[in-house]
Design a protein around this ligand. Structure first.
Ligand code: SME
Length: 157
């Protein structure tokens, strides 16, 4: 397993195409969920420099904060609440170009301006979400959706 990440410059597609095999190599053969989520969050943060990137896991009908990189964040989110809870309720990726325009957005940090939340699916159920926040407006698009969905599909819970 490679413990060094090769960081590249390029367009978003090139970056994801370089990063995805490295993430796969990091988690392949490792059964520990926390270790794998921690390394995925670290790899995404290191390559993209996003403000906040991490996981919430469904526990007793709430999302509970899991491994992440970035400033401290809200610990628990109920179903349907905020972008994370809405992504869970809809079992769908949500791209929010301007968090101030998302009704019920939970502001863990006032610096966050745009956000993407990708559900982690296990047997057709949402087991958690990957949440990424940026200080820039309108940072995330369909390319992020496509590749982040591919990355979370590697997660075995
Ligand atoms: N903004 C999220 C809450 C989680 S933090 O951004 C890390 C939301 O509205 O669900």
């Amino acid at each position: 397993m490679a413990e060094d990440l090769t960081i590249i410059e390029g367009n978003k597609v090139e970056i994801y195409q370089s990063l995805i095999p490295q993430i796969k190599a990091l988690i392949d053969g490792e059964p520990d969920l926390v270790a794998n989520l921690a390394n995925i969050a670290a790899a995404l943060k290191e390559q993209f420099g996003w403000f906040w990137v991490g996981f919430y896991l469904v526990k007793n009908d709430e999302l509970v904060l899991g491994p992440f990189q970035g400033p401290v964040a809200c610990t628990r989110i109920r179903k349907g609440r905020g972008v994370c809870g809405a992504s869970w309720a809809q079992a769908a990726t949500l791209i929010v170009p301007d968090v101030e325009k998302f009704p019920g957005h939970i502001a863990c940090s006032s610096l966050s301006r745009s956000e993407i939340v990708v559900p982690v699916m296990v047997y057709n159920e949402v087991a958690g979400v990957l949440d990424v926040d940026s200080e820039l407006l309108d940072l995330f698009d369909e390319t992020d959706k496509k590749y982040l969905e591919e990355i979370v599909s590697f997660i075995k819970i």
